[in-house]
Design a protein around this ligand. Structure first.
Ligand code: NAD
Length: 525
């Protein structure tokens, strides 16, 4: 592959179209010193933004949506040019879902973050009450991957702003112009100065952002980088959300609608050229349905047009980097060496210049094979078989990852039962891959697929700090546990342990005479 397709290590980054090798644009590699300055300015912007009303925050996010809608095609072309994905896919899988997420949090964050009373059991009988108030964190640093260069960082930005935070984004070095576009969208929407800033660069710029000690890091990328970030963030006790890799299984039972399952497998494995963290990377089909399902999958795969993402008839675009393409080549070679069979595909696309790999269907895959354990992140669909429900669950869970999974069956009770046994953050029954697009639901992984959540209520809670406000509404008597201690105090404490801590009002009434004695003792001193 020509050197033009590599990221050049100069003080600027040249962004190239992986389908053509053509330069898309150049951006600076922001130095650590400048990153620190950016975070300081962000903190200043936060000091005003945190005091804004939800109505003002909502207005900004809704205006940003309008900017996106008015520039939809231009933005989709930019995503396609930098990442290689089909233009239509950029709209369907990035722009539409993030617009939905933005309107949802713009309209609902206030309700979700409303101060809430908490039940405090028997303490309430002592005249106490408690509520939770949610405060913004401060500067949120967002470090995304290149595969959904708009929707992931933009969705996190919108949520962070609704929660009252300021944002600094360090986009992937493969898709920096899409990252800058996010800053431009908020500028056009009238965001206050420095509220949403973008620092372009590679891993070093990302590391500088972590070192600059923002209040939170939202990271999306590989397990290896996730570990480095967790370690670096620990120095400042910066909390991190890590959205990492996947090796997502799809389980197809004999009683499934095989036509639908085949279509889902083909889309789930090959959309975005297989470069989704929730791509179908392993398909387990029950023996009796294996032949029929494989035939359908191969037939559908044969009809897919591959090429430049600009062409609206293209279903499979280019891969985003040469490094990624090499991983796919190595994994397919490993499948061949280990005795699996390539049903269709299996090569870099010779007919096309650029970073294209043919959509590839493999049968006879076994969990012991390297490419059934390591994340491939490319257009491959390895198929393995199973006999029983238990075996399917065991095979699906035999992985260091646990991001998403899907179960296909007409028996919904079985589907739900199996789904709950799968170790993954999001499991679909008769659906596949797309739950990141439902901004209302939590997103995140089990095992090495990540820590923490983005999206949904759980994701919003990552972007605030809860504060407990506790009120003694009576405040006329001293508390029985105050100093000084005495034999009367110890008797009372025993009563607390035996009666009050039981949670039972009836039992606690037995403590009342002793409690009163102790309080009188305290009042006399
Ligand atoms: P990567 O880890 O190489 O890079 C991700 C980001 O981290 C980039 O912006 C990069 O510049 C930055 N970075 C690199 N080193 C850094 C360091 N030391 N400190 C701070 N930042 C640093 O990952 P990638 O190749 O861009 O993305 C592919 C991976 O992302 C896959 O494993 C995929 O599964 C995962 N992913 C996960 C999700 C999810 O939601 N779980 C979503 C998309 C992608």
């Amino acid at each position: 592959m020509s050197a033009a397709l590599e990221v050049k290590h100069t003080d600027e980054i040249i962004s190239v179209n992986p389908a053509t090798g053509a330069e898309v644009g150049r951006v600076p590699r922001v130095s650590p010193g400048d990153v620190r300055g950016t975070v300081e300015r962000s903190r200043a912007a936060f000091s005003s933004w945190k005091n804004t009303s939800f109505a003002a925050r909502r207005a900004l996010v809704m205006r940003a949506r309008e900017v996106i809608l008015s520039e939809m095609d231009e933005i989709a072309h930019l995503i396609s040019a930098e990442s290689g994905k089909p233009f239509g896919e950029a709209i369907a899988m990035e722009i539409a879902p993030v617009l939905d997420l933005m309107q949802y949090f713009a309209r609902n964050a206030e309700k979700m973050l409303r101060p809430a009373r908490i039940g405090i059991g028997l303490y309430a009988l002592l005249g106490r009450s408690s509520k939770i108030v949610y405060h913004p964190l401060g500067v949120v640093g967002i470090i995304p991957a290149w595969n959904y260069p708009l929707s992931i960082p933009l969705g996190e930005t919108a949520m962070a702003l609704m929660a009252g935070n300021s944002v600094v984004i360090k986009p992937s070095e493969l898709t920096p112009l899409v990252g800058l576009k996010i800053g431009e969208i908020f500028e056009k929407a009238g965001a206050p100065r420095d509220l949403v800033q973008v620092v372009t660069g590679d891993g070093r710029t990302g590391a500088a952002l972590v070192d600059a000690a923002p209040e939170k890091i939202m990271f999306t990328g590989s397990v290896a980088t996730g570990k480095k970030i967790a370690e670096a963030a620990a120095k400042n006790l910066t909390s991190v959300v890590l959205e990492l890799g996947g090796k997502d299984p799809m389980i197809v039972f004999e009683d499934a609608n095989l036509e639908l399952a085949a279509g889902a497998a083909v889309w789930g494995a090959f959309c975005n050229a297989g470069q989704s963290c929730s791509s179908v990377e392993r398909l387990y089909v029950q023996e009796g349905a294996a032949e029929k399902l494989t035939e359908k999958i191969v037939e559908m795969t044969r009809n897919l047009v591959q090429g430049s993402g600009e062409n609206e008839n293209v279903s499979i675009g280019a891969m985003s980097s040469e490094k990624q393409l090499r991983i796919v080549e190595n994994h397919v070679e490993d499948f061949k060496k280990q005795g699996a069979k390539i049903e269709i595909g299996g090569h870099k696309s010779e007919a096309l210049d650029g970073l294209f790999y043919e959509p590839t269907v493999i049968t006879g895959a076994k969990n012991e094979m390297l490419a059934m354990q390591e994340e491939t992140f490319g257009p491959t669909l390895p198929i393995a078989t199973f006999k029983t429900e238990d075996e399917a669950v065991r095979l699906a869970n035999d992985s260091e990852f646990g991001l998403t999974a899907s179960v296909w069956t007409r028996d919904l009770a079985k589907g739900k039962r199996v789904a709950e046994k799968i170790e993954a953050g999001s499991v679909c029954v008769n659906e596949v891959l797309y739950t990141h697009g439902i901004g209302q639901t939590p997103w995140g992984g089990f095992k090495n697929s990540g820590r923490g959540r983005t999206h949904g209520r759980e994701g919003l809670m990552e972007l605030v700090q809860p504060q407990h406000i506790h009120i003694n509404n009576l405040a006329v008597l001293p508390d029985a546990w105050w100093l000084p201690y005495s034999p009367e105090a110890v008797k009372t404490f025993r009563g607390f342990a035996k009666y009050f801590a039981s949670g039972s009002v009836v039992k606690t009434t037995r403590l009342l005479p002793q409690l009163w004695k102790r309080i009188r003792e305290l009042r006399k001193r």
